[in-house]
Design a protein around this ligand. Structure first.
Ligand code: RP5
Length: 168
């Protein structure tokens, strides 16, 4: 599975299984909206450990700036990738069907040891992962900062509009 232009991708979206795609697609959609090149693929910490190691080891050299990693259950993918690369890693806990309300995914991504941070978003919150990756890239890209400000202005405008409609 691969979308976008992988050779010029700035963000790598990886997931433990293709069954995570319905959640992880939200991150891709945000990046598309902001015009950011990304790549998307399946990398399993448990089923394809060598593939995970190689992906994490080569990511920076291939030009990636941020990795978004989603997994469910014993969700070791984000943490293990973070242990191998110096790139920032954003973890998306995916609620897998047989899980204990997603707490397994949340805790196994969130509870990282000192020294190996993973920026963990809420359960199934791949959209926020895409936005956070955009904000990281925006620190070195003024045009992205402008787009992000416009995005936030629109969020504020919608809330104010709904407040106005209730008050009138
Ligand atoms: C994890 O196990 C995956 O990230 C997925 O969330 C979950 C179930 O995977 P499948 O059995 O559907 O491949 O590794």
């Amino acid at each position: 599975m691969s979308e976008g232009n992988s050779s010029s991708a700035l963000v790598g979206i990886i997931m433990g299984s293709k069954s995570d795609l319905s959640v992880m697609q939200d991150a891709a959609d945000v990046l598309k909206e902001f015009g950011i090149n990304y790549e998307i693929t399946v990398v399993s910490a448990h089923r394809t450990p060598e593939r995970m190691f190689n992906y994490a080891k080569e990511a920076q050299g291939r030009g990636l700036k941020v990795i978004i990693a989603g997994a469910g259950g014993a969700a070791h993918l984000p943490g293990m990738v973070a242990s191998i690369t110096t790139l920032p890693v954003i973890g998306v806990p995916v609620k897998s069907s047989n899980s204990i309300d997603g707490w397994d995914s949340i805790l196994s991504i969130l509870q990282m040891p000192n020294g190996i941070p993973v920026a963990t978003v809420a359960l199934n919150a791949a959209k926020n992962a895409g936005l956070l990756a955009t904000q990281i890239l925006a620190t070195a890209d003024e045009s992205l900062t402008v787009k992000m400000q416009a995005y936030k202005d629109e969020l504020r405008r919608k809330v104010e509009e709904s407040a106005d409609s209730l008050e009138s």
